[in-house]
Design a protein around this ligand. Structure first.
Ligand code: FES
Length: 260
């Protein structure tokens, strides 16, 4: 950021909607003086603290971990706390902020995530471990870890879900977030129910509904790849019984050292 930028005042244009008083959303402008390192979330705090306490948004960790500050910034979904405002200021010195698309707005940037969590629960996102838990630890090979493609790094922010055009048309679709979690469990050698999981994702509104538009990849603030995960689930679903048999064999050796 140059000295000129430090002095710069920018317009933060926020989509406002309070269902108690507004018939429809409208845009409201606020002037914010930038400081070095200022994020979009910082700008919102500045507005809320010093200009208009009614501006409403979610946030918690401020470090890209909790996923609560996902919103629509200059036309794309991302985390407000990880987005430097200087990167978003457009030619007319304006940044435009709104709620995540395709979800009912409760107020301003706060959306109702009920459908998001309902779809998530459908894939049974928790680990179903074997009865025989090793005394010390499960041992996974490097290949097994690599195959997960960092899917465990998902913070459930909803950026992928509300960028998905299929979700825009059909709220019964499991969605990229739930399918990425299903992928994580199916690929995890500790999990005992891959066939059941693959059955769930093969049902109507599961993997077959993905149109491979890649919006979820573009939106993910963690750089994850739900589309690739969905493709893997599609392939594994065709041989789910064999896959589960192989899993049972693998689990007989989960507490043994991995041969180098
Ligand atoms: S406030 Fe937690 S991810 Fe942004």
């Amino acid at each position: 950021m140059s000295n000129n930028d430090i002095q710069r005042t920018v317009t933060v244009r926020i989509q406002r909607f309070n269902p108690d008083v507004d018939k429809k959303p409208h845009m409201q402008d606020y002037q914010v003086k930038m400081w070095p390192g200022m994020t979009i979330l910082d700008a919102l705090h500045e507005i809320k603290t010093h200009q208009d306490g009614s501006v409403t948004y979610r946030r918690s960790c401020r470090h890209g971990i909790c996923g609560s500050c996902a919103m629509h910034i200059n036309g794309r979904n991302t985390l407000a706390c990880k987005t430097p405002i200087i990167n978003e200021v457009q030619k007319n010195d304006t940044v435009t902020i709104g709620p995540l698309p395709y979800l009912p707005v409760i107020k301003d940037m706060v959306v109702d995530r009920t459908s998001f969590w309902e779809q998530y629960l459908r894939v049974k996102p928790w680990l179903l471990p074997p009865n025989d838990i090793p005394e010390k630890e499960f041992r996974m090979s490097q290949e097994e870890v690599d195959a997960l493609h960092d899917a465990e790094a998902c913070i459930m922010c909803g950026a992928c879900y509300s960028s998905c055009a299929v979700i825009g048309l059909n709220k019964k679709y499991l969605g990229p977030h739930a399918l990425l979690k299903a992928f994580l469990r199916v690929l995890d050698p500790r999990d005992t129910a891959p066939a059941e999981r693959l059955e769930i994702v093969s049902q109507a509104d599961g993997v077959a509904r993905c149109h491979t538009i890649f919006n979820c990849i573009d939106a993910c603030p963690k750089g994850l790849n739900p589309t690739q995960a969905i493709e893997t689930l599609r392939k594994l679903a065709q041989k789910r019984q064999k896959y589960e048999e192989a899993r049972r064999e693998r689990q007989k050796h989960l507490n043994e050292p991995i041969p180098s």
